[in-house]
Design a protein around this ligand. Structure first.
Ligand SMILES: NC(=O)c1ccc[n+]([C@@H]2O[C@H](COP(=O)([O-])OP(=O)(O)OC[C@H]3O[C@@H](n4cnc5c(N)ncnc54)[C@H](O)[C@@H]3O)[C@@H](O)[C@H]2O)c1
Length: 368
């Protein structure tokens, strides 16, 4: 298979972990006889410094022509005081909108030997395996421009959704549940918000099309509580932009480190942007200690969702599992009797596994 992949390293550790993604994909291409070409472009703070804008036209054009996009992370203190149109995050919102990436998928699954790293009790998080499907291009973040009134002492943000915007994301939620354990939790605030009332009506209408999926409605405040008191009750959660933003960060603590969580942002035709959930981590940038696993697992999502290469995606996920099971970990993860490694070494272990497809042989003979 021949595919064009655009790499957007961005800022901070984004630049480090994107190299890990490239190494892993090159190994997959070699092992499975694919041809992946990589084209690197700027976004975020790096783009502001070079082009005076967080999202240059050349970046948008390259992404539009690509089969998939991998993004590291954007942001950092250097640009924190910039006016809002010159903030690195504008680049991220802009590329999601430009590519019409309306569905954000975040799988959250605890790795067995890392459960102790969760701030929640091990017995609470053990067995958690959920997927958050978040609407990404509508709602409060994309309302009519926010407005200050009354000499800056009052403010208006608008939350608007059209029927078609809700229908397409709800469909994604149902379809994801069909491929998993068949339970869809729709999260809204239908006791207060009109947008949530329409959301709930649409979920109810859609139910008939997916008879194999059980549906429940949960208010967002209750969902926030249940996520940390009983996360195993969830399979697929589908929700709007703002609620999804908050709940997916809350759910990220289940696994113990932001460095472990991948995400996919998809368009109807399967083109997608894949990125780790974490940010640019300015506190550790340039030190070679960042955990590359979230970025590497994002490449697995890319192979699965955009290229339909399920076996190859599984090889990457098995490689990560195997290296972690062998006790290797980066500094963000505390593993009793583990072997502390940096970004480069962690990536090499995973690449070596992919090439050998035999964890014990590889870890014993390739690395030490
Ligand atoms: N999608 C994105 O690009 C994105 C997401 C969130 C935050 N940000 C931006 O990133 C910058 C820093 O934000 P923040 O500090 O709130 O969040 P962050 O995710 O960058 O870091 C939070 C903490 O987690 C640690 N961490 C994060 N990823 C790690 C990894 N892979 N390995 C090891 N440790 C890791 C960091 O060292 C830090 O202590 C800000 O400018 C913010 O706007 C960008």
């Amino acid at each position: 298979m021949k595919k064009r992949i655009v790499l957007l390293p961005g800022d901070g550790i984004g630049k480090e972990v994107i190299d890990s993604a490239k190494d892993v994909l090159s190994a997959i291409a070699e092992e499975f006889n694919h041809s992946f070409s990589f084209d690197t472009h700027e976004i975020g703070g790096a783009a502001i410094d070079q082009y005076g804008t967080p999202l240059p036209e050349t970046t948008v054009e390259a992404c539009t022509q690509a089969d998939a996009v991998l993004l590291g992370a954007v942001g950092g203190p250097k640009w924190d005081n910039n006016p809002s149109h010159l903030r690195p995050e504008r680049g991220l919102l802009g590329i999601r909108k430009a590519l019409d990436l309306y569905a954000n998928l975040r799988p959250i699954k605890g790795f067995k030997n890392l459960l102790h790293a969760s701030p929640l009790k091990e017995e609470v998080v053990s067995g958690s395996d959920l997927l958050i499907v978040r609407e990404l291009t509508g709602g409060l973040y994309f309302g009519t421009p926010s407005e200050r009134r009354d000499n800056g002492n009052a403010v208006v943000d608008t939350l608007s959704y059209s029927r078609s915007e809700i229908e397409r994301i709800v469909d994604k939620g149902f379809q994801a549940a069909q491929q998993r354990r068949g339970l869809l939790t729709s999260v809204d605030k239908a006791n207060v918000l009109e947008s949530s009332k329409l959301w709930r009506e649409i979920v109810e209408e859609k139910k008939a099309q997916y008879p194999d999926v059980a549906v429940e409605h949960v208010l967002v405040d209750a969902a926030a509580m249940k996520l940390i008191t009983n996360p195993t009750q969830f399979d697929v959660i589908v929700t709007e932009n703002l609620f999804g933003d908050i709940l997916s960060d809350e759910a990220s603590v289940l696994t113990g480190s932001l460095g472990m969580l991948p995400s996919a942002s998809l368009r109807e035709d399967g083109v997608g942007l894949y990125e780790p959930v974490h940010g640019s981590a300015p506190d550790i940038a340039g030190k070679g200690v960042a955990n590359p696993v979230a970025m590497i697992l994002s490449t697995a999502l890319m192979l699965r969702y955009s290229f339909k290469l399920d076996d190859e995606a599984k090889v990457i996920e098995d490689a990560v599992q195997s290296v972690l099971d062998a006790g290797f970990h980066t500094a963000d993860l505390q593993v009793a009797d583990g072997r502390l490694v940096g970004t480069f070494e962690m990536t090499k272990l995973i690449v070596d596994y992919i090439k050998s497809q035999n964890a014990s042989k590889c870890i014993a003979s390739c690395y030490f």
